[in-house]
Design a protein around this ligand. Structure first.
Ligand code: 13P
Ligand code: SF4
Length: 326
């Protein structure tokens, strides 16, 4: 690694030194240096989800957050190019909300088990079965499924979206557990679909009880994509941004985030005094995004996200309707 790269990236290493060993840094530094240069040359910004690895999250991202924050921020981006360091549905949402920009995904195969669990034809069948019942669709879906929906939601606003409709019954797709977790907090009846997040569905109530037995006093935070009996064991449940905000506000001495494990690394890097227990469930889709792929995306301007205009118009309506809910 040349001397210029070392000195240009020294301040960035300071941000991740608690989670990346000095011997690992040279493997990251030259890609980081190149990505920072390419962002300037391409007039690009990088939006990164909370599950991205620390060298992406802390060292090259311009904006980080949960799905809701990334959607809101994507809409406001002024730069010509958005690189979405996250999974495909997040890049599609950015393109829907800021269609004149070039939105690049570093890996077209970065999918999501929830997005794969439902098709627009499934939504049409649900509408036939429950005529007149509005369809609330989690953003973890394809643009085509969003286009078949009335309104979208994220884990950060699902309850508010459901209640904003002023109806007694909604269909909420595709995450069965998110839907059941919301149902536990509202009087609105929720018809569910049997989609699951392959990461969060793995956690069990026994996992939490074991952690509590082994580490008395540990604070347990869960993501609402976890099964309801897991959420019931937690001290707090919320979106990735809500979990992060909880840690910032409460500074628990020891905490376990029952979610994808890069999230703990990212918060730990900024909170060296907090002990994080790290059940290491990795999302294989999120982990497809790497520094070399982000660098290649900016060098080659691939892969650009494209959405059929007829689908985009309807899908945008469902996402914008969500964003209008306070
Ligand atoms: P958040 O909206 O909470 O960031 O969740 C997105 C996601 O894919 C969680 O698995
Ligand atoms: Fe999808 Fe689960 Fe991965 Fe989030 S963690 S992108 S819901 S598979």
């Amino acid at each position: 690694m040349d001397v210029g790269t070392i000195s240009r990236t020294a301040e960035l290493y300071g941000r991740v030194r608690d989670v990346i060993l000095p011997m690992e840094w040279p493997a990251y530094a030259s890609d980081i240096d190149a990505i920072l240069r390419l962002k300037r040359e391409r007039n690009a910004v990088i939006l990164a989800h909370n599950y991205q690895t620390p060298e992406i999250f802390h060292c090259v991202a311009d904006i980080v957050g949960d799905s809701l924050a990334l959607a809101r921020e994507a809409m406001r981006v002024d730069a010509s190019v958005i690189v979405l360091a996250g999974v495909h549905f997040m890049a599609e949402t950015a393109k829907l909300l800021n269609p004149s920009k070039t939105v690049l995904t570093p890996d077209l195969a970065a999918g999501c088990s929830l997005a794969d669990s439902i098709t627009p034809e499934d939504v049409a069948r649900l509408r036939q079965r429950y005529p007149g019942v509005p369809v609330v669709t989690y953003v973890n879906t394809s643009a085509a499924v969003k286009a078949a929906s009335d309104i979208c939601c994220t884990s950060g606003n699902a309850k508010q979206v459901v209640e904003s409709l002023g109806v007694e019954r909604v269909i909420m797709i595709p995450d069965e557990y998110l839907a059941k977790n919301v149902a536990a907090e509202t009087d609105v009846e929720i018809i569910t679909w049997a989609g699951h997040c392959e990461v969060h569905a793995q956690f069990t109530p026994e996992d939490i009880r074991e952690v509590r037995d082994a580490y008395p006093g540990v604070v347990v935070l869960t993501h609402p994509e976890c099964p309801p009996d897991v959420v019931a064991e937690a001290d707090f449940s919320g979106s990735t941004a809500a979990m992060s905000a909880y840690v910032d506000a409460n500074k628990p001495p020891r905490v376990v985030l029952v979610t994808e494990c890069s999230m703990s690394d990212n918060i730990a890097a900024a909170n060296p005094d907090i002990a994080f227990l790290r059940p290491c469930n990795l999302c294989p889709h999120m982990k497809r995004i790497t520094l070399p792929k982000i660098r290649a995306a900016l060098e080659t301007m691939r892969e650009p996200i494209t959405i059929d205009p007829a689908i985009a118009e309807k899908a945008r309506r469902a996402v914008e309707r969500m964003l209008a809910v306070k």
